[in-house]
Ligand binder design. Structure first.
Ligand code: ADP
Ligand code: MG
Length: 691
């Protein structure tokens, strides 16, 4: 009998990044696609655009430096030759691909400068005697440092040692006419030779149908269970008193947009209920979520309750803090600040004010829900950029408010413990229906309109080969007193390379622009330094800010009017949209230059076209959805609540209908099956398991 393989702590950490916490999660870690290594193509038959496996001898190998350090090798078989090209290669690869080596390579062919070529082909040593694979090779979603080989081994082992139990009762399964769970999982991990890779990749194969159905069923079950459960929990009913909100609205230099009014009404209605609100406020960058949150806070404060307002980074939290002071101090309210990096004395003062209830609103970072922070009567928790927080953190805050009492809440029986209402905010522009199904435990409000009077950002696509012209633009902007962001490329394979690249870029740009001050922020920078650099940029002391893709979401520097994004072809649409949203915040006409380096894959080309043609985050999200399916859209894994990895709501409506009906049937007639099914799909999300 096979025994479960041992997994090292380092590997476990990487698996956790993929959402794999239990051995059984490996079973549902399904391939993204497959590679056909079951036969070899003669090199002269390889067509551009086709993924092919070829074999031959390396007859030339060279590192070229223009336009960028690249390893170029020529591979020859008896029929022809093609070129293998690598950007960001390691010395070991160079050795492996030395002249005279016999190599088997698989990759997408394209017509390049020298002729047919493959960029970043997967290569290994192989000669005529090296056997071919007998079935398609699964390619799994993975993370840096976790190879396909290791994943395949772990998954193979899990398939051998774990039972693949059927969760659906036989009568239900018969009626649905779906394939069995066990057959489906096995087939997807190692498809027999007669199943075509494209049928699997389209995800309409019977095995995929079953998996997608199961996923949708789990989602439907958890939504019902959760809804039921939330109805049983108590929260303070915060009947709206309009005095404070009217005062603030009157003092604002602008009027709320229709969309802001609509979402505010939805939130206000929720706050009046004696059950906890769990609402996600979605609105594109700059749509004005903060004022809506402030008005919601006033509804709680007016009833004698406290509000916690939390953001994922100090920079963002501080920005909120300053905004709230500007708005609330005139109303006689004094927001307090709480963050991890505060001096001990200040922290003690802040926590004392929070515990005594002398402050009505606390603004800060994660520090707000540390055990040492006790609220006197927390009524509402507001979380900005909620996708940056984990479920655990959200639950911790929810528990903070337990047993808290408002001063004028005699109407609520105190026999049952109360918890605060929760308002989550996110600028991740996702279509509403999709959001509702992702965040099954949340209601969703959308601000679908920007405040009037913004100047649209001009987007330009510029080839890397015209870098000099881009530098001229940067020089002009800085000389005119404008500020510029320069975003370094995303290098998914290696954080070290990414950092190195950012440092080099700063160096090069400092040399290019000796007359300007060039700053740098990146993910590895410690918080204090990051904050002081951002503050210097905001104050105009830095003209050009070099940044990795970590530039804080939501950071507001109105004088920054030009953004250059290097290797834009590597970035996802949501990311490009978020980055671009850093400019166009002031009165000046803003420009975003997307630099790309050829070759650009078809998918990347499609993405660049979308970002070039659109500025509306929701349209971009919709297109993103079509380009790659919803699985990855939300950076979902971190949030821990997003659920659909396999089903695609844009094409799987029928399955969704089936899943809805089946969820009702299971809950009323087969509760054990419902529990088992939820357990399989949701075991990492304790929050969903209160069946
Ligand atoms: P986000 O939704 O990205 O968090 P903010 O709340 O930071 O957006 O708002 C962006 C800017 O728009 C802020 O300066 C804010 O004061 C301003 N703003 C918000 N609502 C309106 C409105 N209705 N009319 C004009 N400006 C507004
Ligand atoms: Mg914001």
């Amino acid at each position: 009998m096979t025994t479960p393989s041992k997994i090292s702590p380092a590997t476990l950490a990487k698996l956790a990044k993929l959402g794999i916490h239990h051995r059984s999660d490996l079973l549902l870690h399904l391939p993204l696609r497959y590679e056909d290594e079951t036969h070899l193509a003669p090199i002269d038959t390889v067509q551009a655009g086709e993924t092919a496996q070829v074999q031959g001898i390396i007859t030339h190998s060279e590192v070229i430096y223009k336009p960028r350090r690249t390893l170029v090798c020529r591979l020859e078989d008896n029929n022809g030759e093609l070129y293998l090209r690598f950007l960001n290669f390691y010395p070991s690869q160079q050795k492996q691909l030395a002249v005279g080596k016999a190599i088997r390579a698989i990759g997408e062919a394209r017509m390049g400068f020298y002729g047919m070529e493959m960029v970043h082909a997967k290569c290994r040593a192989a000669d005529e005697d090296t056997p071919l694979n007998s079935s398609l090779t699964p390619i799994y979603p993975t993370t840096a440092g976790l190879s396909q080989t290791i994943l395949r081994k772990l998954i193979g082992n899990a398939l051998e040692v774990l039972p693949l139990r059927e969760t659906l009762p036989a009568v239900v399964l018969d009626k649905l006419q779906l394939a069995s769970f066990s057959d489906s999982v096995k087939l997807l991990h190692s498809p027999p030779p007669d199943v075509s890779a494209s049928a699997l990749e389209q995800r309409d194969h019977a095995a995929w149908q079953r998996i997608k159905f199961d996923e949708l069923l789990a989602q439907q079950l958890s939504m019902r269970v959760h809804h039921r459960e939330r109805g049983k929990r108590r929260a303070p009913a915060l009947k709206a008193k309009k005095t404070l909100t009217h005062q603030l609205l009157k003092a604002l230099p602008f009027a709320l947009t229709k969309a802001q009014q609509k979402v505010l009404a939805e939130i206000s209605h929720d706050l009046e209920q004696a059950h906890p609100m769990q609402r996600l406020l979605l609105g594109d960058v700059g749509s004005g979520k903060t004022i809506v949150a402030a008005l919601a806070a006033l509804q709680a404060i007016a009833k004698g309750y406290q509000v916690a307002f939390m953001a994922p980074t100090e920079i963002l939290a501080e920005q909120h803090y300053l905004k709230l002071r500007e708005w609330l101090i005139p109303l006689g309210l004094e927001p307090v600040w709480l963050s991890g990096s505060m001096k001990k004395k200040d922290k003690t003062l802040a926590t004392a004010a929070i515990a005594a209830g002398t402050t009505q609103i606390a603004v800060g970072t994660h520090a707000l829900f540390q055990a040492s922070v006790e609220f006197k009567n927390l009524g509402l928790v507001i979380v900005d950029e909620q996708h940056k927080f984990g479920v655990q953190q959200r639950l911790a805050l929810r528990n903070k408010g337990k047993n808290s009492r408002g001063e004028r809440t005699e109407e609520i029986p105190q026999s049952q413990s109360q918890e605060p209402h929760q308002l989550m905010m996110s600028a991740t522009p996702i279509p509403r229906t999709l959001a509702m199904s992702y965040y099954a435990d949340l209601d969703v409000s959308v601000i679908d309109e920007l405040p009037p009077g913004r100047t649209p950002i001009i987007t330009k696509l510029v080839s890397e080969s015209r870098r000099d012209a881009v530098c001229e633009k940067v020089r002009d902007a800085c000389a005119a007193g404008q500020q510029v962001y320069w975003v370094c490329p995303l290098i998914e394979e290696s954080e070290t390379l990414e950092l190195q690249n950012a440092l080099e870029t700063q160096l090069i740009l400092s040399e290019t622009f000796p007359e300007f001050s060039v700053g740098l922020v990146h993910g590895k920078l410690d918080n204090a330094l990051k904050a002081s650099t951002m503050a210097a940029f905001k104050a105009g002391e830095i003209n050009l800010l070099v940044a990795t893709t970590v530039i804080e979401v939501g950071v507001d520097v109105p004088n920054a009017s030009l953004m250059v994004i290097e290797h834009a072809e590597r970035m996802g649409l949501a990311q490009l949209h978020q980055l671009r949203g850093r400019v166009g915040r002031g009165a000046a006409q803003s420009t975003c230059i997307l630099m790309f380096q050829s070759p650009v894959s078809e998918l990347a080309r499609a993405r660049l076209k979308v970002i070039f043609e659109n500025t509306d985050g929701f349209i971009i999200a919709q297109q993103d959805l079509q380009l790659r399916g919803p699985g990855e859209l939300l950076g979902a894994r971190q949030s821990g609540v997003a659920m659909l990895r396999f089903a695609d709501l844009t094409v799987d409506e029928e399955l969704l209908d089936l899943a809805r009906a089946t969820a009702d049937e299971l809950l009323s007639e087969f509760p054990d099956a419902a529990r088992a099914h939820l357990h399989r799909w949701m075991s990492n999300k304790q929050d969903y398991l209160h069946v």
